[in-house]
Design a binder for this molecule. Sequence first.
Ligand code: PM9
Length: 461
Amino acid sequence: MKKKKRSWAEPYKIKTVELIEMKDLKEREEAIVEAGFNTFLLKSKDVYIDLLTDSGTSAMSDLQWAAMMRGDESYAGSKNFYELEDTVKKFYGYKHLVPTHQGRGAENIMSQILIKKGDFIPGNMYFTTTRLHQEMAGGQFIDVIVDEAHDPENTFPFKGNVDIEKMQELVDRVGADRVPYISLEGNVNMAGGQPFSIANLKELHAFCKKHNILIMLDATRTVENAYFIKIQEKGYEDKSIEEILLEICSYTDGCTISAKKDCLVNIGGFFACNDDEIYRRAQNLVVIYEGLHTYGGLAGRDMAAMAQGIRESVMFEHQQARVGQVKYLGEQIRDYGVPIVEPVGSHAIFLNAGKILSHLDQDEYPAQTLSAELYIENGIRSMERGNVSAGRDPGTGQNRRPKLELIRLTIPRRVYTQAHMDVVAESVAAVYERRKNIKGLEMTYEPEYLRFFQSRFKRKK
Ligand code: PM9
């Protein structure tokens, strides 16, 4: 008799579908050449399974679509703003809210308010847009994540943790008054979607309090971090995701968020904080870059959908299925012997491109190359997260050559089925099999900022 087991299933059924089509091999080869071997420059009509990002790509629920019909599009004081403000207060606990069009809008405002020229901004690994805003405000990013996070094979369950000794070294070196805040990210994207633990956050909180350093959360995937705490941190198994999220935020002073991830919307973000003076300044700055402080670049209906998305995001069954699907894909790929970042995080499977294409130098862009090859193989779009994303060191002008040279297969929430995941795993295995014959790339165009979005490449001879 078959072994008895209990599976999870998605807590929804499908009401509307969007048809997708796979282009043939010749068309895919032409498309990637036309896109300069950069998956950001592919047209979505040429993509079969789109794992570029989980940002703004979620399927909204019927309740979110219904909420959009309740959009109050008044220029000032939309009722959807007040509903969102109440929802953020209830689930994240922050007193003040400033909506923005997406995460980087909030990062811009926060960086301008909190950073002075010559400041140092520690963080549990960099994120592309976050670091750029810190640099543009005159700050310098300092990586204080635990060493385990830079080793793709290390299976430490809380690779998002901050190394308090690295914080101490920074404070000893530059003085606490040059460190306005630490940027703390939940389920650290560039490390593979890795959570921090509450135990580590409590330690960080005590350290920062002592040195008068703020903790500003990048809450983009913090509900997913709360889910990981529930399933793997001792003492939290009986707490709800809602309770854990509130506890996380209670140790922080404010947040920026790209609502396009956890909050299940296609556009949106916000800055939130508890301090009245910081709020007053954010309220003033937002009108320059985003819009009036009660809409911040969003339509009323976007804020309504976001409030409903936040309510859905903390449901256990939602997170179980979301993280479960990512884990399922990870297991399939691992079974083919393909090296991935361990442990599997919440939003994506990261292939260790540096190891898979170990015959290429890092300046031949192994991750960019692998990402292009996966598209050619079966129309699957992934994202480079390696030397191209890391950019150049502003001091030396050289490529940063980060320790992690990865590609990310990012799973949009509530969009694909397990059958799609099987096709993805088989395609990864097929590329892996022919890895030794894959040639690297040469950059032919490099834009000034965030080069991974728009740079172009050609195959090396
Ligand atoms: N993340 C992602 O695909 C979208 C663009 S890639 C630069 O992972 C964190 C942790 C993010 C993030 C976006 C942003 C910026 C901030 N923090 O894209 O501006 O993962 O909404 O958010 C992307 P916005």
